[in-house]
Design a protein around this ligand. Sequence first.
Ligand SMILES: Cc1cc2nc3c(=O)[nH]c(=O)nc-3n(C[C@H](O)[C@H](O)[C@H](O)COP(=O)(O)O)c2cc1C
Length: 231
Amino acid sequence: MSKIIYNTLEYKSMHYDPRNDQRPLPYDPFKSCTVPRPIGWLSSVSLQGVHNLAPYSQWQNLTFDPPLVMFAANGYPDGRRKDTVVNAEQTGWFVWNMATWDLRHAVNRSAQAFAPEVDEFKEAGITSAACVDAPCLRVAESPCHFECRYLSTQRFPGNSYVGNVDVVFGEVVRIHVDDAVVTDEGKINIPQVKPIARMGYYDYAVIENVFEMRIPGEQAAADGLEGRSGS
Ligand SMILES: Cc1cc2nc3c(=O)[nH]c(=O)nc-3n(C[C@H](O)[C@H](O)[C@H](O)COP(=O)(O)O)c2cc1C
């Protein structure tokens, strides 16, 4: 039988309640535990036609059928909501661009808090490409894009000066993959693309190595994990 530790004092580790306790470490461990986080490098457009681009590491796919995504945007210190949220709500669209090692400096530049009337594609120094369905632009240098239809926003109150978070949900209605990054087998060549991901602090990771692992004896689950089209 495996051993169960009932007395938490046996652990040589700290624990704390993030709602009420003073943080016992000099830097917040929360974001550093949930790693690596894929980066939602999101483009959107305002009702006035200003193109916007910003990275969001509170970004995820929620499920694959239907392909749903979410991102969470904390407010600006002055209480304003993020432009990406406002644009998604007002136009009904946002677009995900894959953030890669080659594009890391452009990703970083696009995180600056520009005024809503500033075209962030120009500021980030990247080329834009039109979408098929969405009114937003795509980052032409990025190998993969999702055109996302805005679904809803859930707002949660926070405790810090950037508290109050907008969690935005969307459905992916068009997926773009550059032919140049598809292997002979028909898979995205991730070590070639080198997506970057957020860690905690100022740290990032780059995905250069992948390994394969299959569940023993469970063909149905394995097929689902493989993601074969039609399964
Ligand atoms: C890699 C990276 C990830 C980020 N993730 C988030 C995030 O998850 N939520 C958030 O509110 N801000 C995040 N930021 C900060 C926003 O990108 C920044 O506030 C940006 O100016 C928002 O732009 P917008 O108002 O045009 O949407 C991140 C910044 C970087 C560099």
